[in-house]
Design a protein around this ligand. Structure first.
Ligand code: ATP
Ligand code: MG
Length: 454
């Protein structure tokens, strides 16, 4: 154990009758782990988000335990235990699908052993120093996340004023906000995410440095940013998270091209579409329906794609080529910030590239599109875009009907429509591409989903 150089006053101990945490709200497996550690002669606490969530009457999605036992000692107590992590060793106690993470108290102090390395800008590269419970408390990000529920007397131990902050529903950084963000810029995203998720405010002291330090996020690991994005946008609070990213000046750091496209889209239509997508995602999460990162990123990067496409088309690049090139460019640029795995970026691109095909009414193409494996997602995306756009709304109506029609009836409808205005426009747009044997997926008007038609 290391000695800390920070003088930390004794904790405020909130007795069991002075807080609302009840054992019946704690996962039985987490309780099992806490009791076993205690019987083994170790200190054992529930910690982090679980304590915070229980205090506000929420249902924690996972239960983390902190202890003074080393990972090896923890393994000695549990048969169903595996040790993980290179950067910092943790014990996972596994009960079927539930994993209780048990972490040894850990310090954030440089103990001179060289086991903690600071990079440029004061960023932490490695930290694997065990410490005391006090060390463990002060290395956490927000005071609300640094509360300890003790299994020995069911009290809550508070070393940093977190109990009051949870009552006041405020996120306050432990220590000097600017240095804490410099140590780990992802904490800025955590401020946005947790405040959106919990309905907490971000204390002015923690909010003030964010716009200034937002650029530091470009140094964060793209894989970690992808994880944070999933937590921000796939957990039922996507819209508020996005608005908070905007308000706190973090959008350009995370989605630079989206931010630029939104700033130059004077009609505001692109932003409307994006917010609608986030709102729909939140509704689906609330209804326990599946949501996919492919659709989500298709929406988040749609403004960037439209902007890129408009630029290419202005340069006279043929529609089909421009669409693929715009999709590739946006995907590639975004990958520098956020590591969107290929299994999501590919369907994301398909969702975009299928959009112009919804304007086509030639019989063969209609049936081919209906059979496309990405039809459903692309159609949902089309619906999203229809908001206030009569032409797209018309397409939505057609394709909604096409999905429920019998093939025979649909074929008849298409035959009787063949001389309609939509058909002429489509045929005109498709002709040159067919001659050049390109993918037949241009838009009807040839303008593509640019500024005027998001
Ligand atoms: P959620 O409910 O979304 O899981 P959480 O606060 O539990 O929120 P986790 O990512 O599960 O978030 O982290 C668990 C705990 O670890 C946090 O409560 C906090 O105490 C600590 N922690 C997590 N990330 C950081 C960080 N970047 N810097 C300092 N402490 C952190
Ligand atoms: Mg958690």
């Amino acid at each position: 154990m290391t000695e800390t150089s920070i003088a930390i006053p004794p904790p405020r101990i909130v007795a069991r009758d002075a807080h609302g945490i009840s054992r019946k709200d704690i996962s039985p497996n987490a309780l099992r782990v806490l009791y076993r550690l205690r019987e083994g002669g170790f200190a054992a606490y529930l910690v982090g988000g679980a304590v915070r969530d229980l205090l506000i009457g929420g249902h924690p999605k996972d239960f983390d335990v902190a202890t003074d036992a080393t990972p090896e000692q923890v393994r000695g107590l549990f048969r169903n235990c595996r040790l993980i992590g290179r950067r910092f060793r943790l014990a996972h106690v596994v009960y079927g699908r539930e994993i209780i993470e048990v972490a040894t108290f850990r310090a954030n102090e440089d103990d001179g052993s060289g086991s903690r390395e600071m990079g440029d800008e004061g960023r932490i590269h490695r930290d694997n120093v065990y410490g005391t419970i006090e060390d463990d408390a002060v290395r956490r990000d927000f005071t609300a996340n640094a509360l300890y529920y003790a299994i020995e007397d069911f009290s809550v131990r508070d070393y940093v004023g977190g109990f009051e902050d949870v009552q006041a529903r405020v996120l306050r950084l432990i220590g000097d906000p600017e240095s804490r963000y410099r140590e780990d810029p992802v904490r800025m995203l955590r401020a946005v995410r947790l405040s959106s998720k919990l309905g907490f405010s971000i204390d002015p002291s923690a909010a003030e440095p964010i716009p200034r330090l937002a650029v530091l996020l470009s140094g964060a690991a793209p894989a970690r940013l992808f994880d944070e994005c999933l937590k921000m946008f796939m957990a039922g609070h996507a819209e508020t998270s996005f608005l908070s990213l905007e308000d706190n000046g973090l959008l350009p750091a995370l989605f630079p091209e989206t931010a630029r496209a939104l700033a130059t889209n004077s009609s505001g239509a692109l932003r409307t579409t994006l917010l609608q997508a986030l709102r729909n995602t939140d509704v689906r999460v609330a209804e326990d329906k599946p949501v996919t990162p492919a659709f989500l990123f298709a929406a988040l990067l749609w403004p960037a794609y439209c902007r890129e496409l408009a630029v290419l088309q202005k340069q006279g690049v043929e529609a089909g080529v421009a669409q693929q090139r715009a999709a590739d460019r946006v995907t590639l640029h975004q990958a520098e910030r956020i590591a969107l795995p290929r299994r999501f970026s590919q369907p994301m691109q398909e969702i975009w590239l299928l959009q112009p095909r919804f304007t086509q009414r030639l019989r063969k193409r209609v049936f081919r599109l209906l059979a496309h494996p990405r039809f459903r997602a692309a159609f949902d995306f089309l619906e999203l875009r229809a908001n206030g756009n009569a032409e797209i709304a018309d397409d939505v109506a057609f394709w909604r009907q096409a999905q429920v029609d019998s093939p025979e009836h649909l074929a008849e409808t298409l035959a009787s429509r063949s001389s309609g205005p939509r058909e002429e426009g489509e045929a005109a747009a498709a002709r040159p591409r067919r001659r050049r044997r390109r993918r037949p997926d241009g838009s009807a008007s040839g303008t593509g989903p640019g500024e005027a038609q998001p």
